[in-house]
Design a protein around this ligand. Structure first.
Ligand code: ZN
Length: 139
């Protein structure tokens, strides 16, 4: 795979250095049978160091997960070798089935069919709380 010549795919750029692997895992990229490059500690004028993920396949990615892990990242969509869309992202208000509540007394612990829903309650400090028991998410 030539990482500089993606034909159809997605480049997640400006990831805070060190967050690339976490994002890779949360997006479930390790389970996909497509060409993916995780490039760590790239020198960046803007950030000093950054991580980049290049996906050489036209697959859906969950933008909410990217916004949760790293709201400063940008997502570039490549079609036929051209950049067709560059999207800035923000922390999502609601996260569904991305992280799990750690409170053993939470209703989601006993009722496994319930969706794991978290709400953003403090955008400045990046605080997410379980929608059922309000337990704060700690990474
Ligand atoms: Zn809960």
């Amino acid at each position: 795979m030539n990482i500089d010549s993606i034909q159809d795919g997605i480049v997640i750029d400006h990831i805070t250095a060190g967050q690339g692997m976490k994002l890779y895992r949360l997006l479930g990229l390790d389970e996909l049978d497509v060409s993916i490059a995780l490039i760590k500690n790239v020198v960046s004028r803007k950030l000093g160091r950054k991580d980049i993920i290049k996906i050489d396949a036209d697959i859906p990615v969950n933008i909410d997960i990217i916004g949760f892990v790293d709201p400063g990242a940008t997502v570039n969509f490549i079609r036929h070798g051209e950049l067709v869309e560059k999207r800035s992202i923000a922390m999502p208000e609601t996260l569904t089935n991305v992280i799990r509540c750690k409170n053993p007394r939470c209703i989601t612990s006993s009722e496994q069919e319930l969706a794991q829903v978290f709400k953003l309650t403090d955008r400045v400090n990046k605080v997410y709380r379980c929608a059922y028991c309000e337990t704060k998410w700690t990474g």
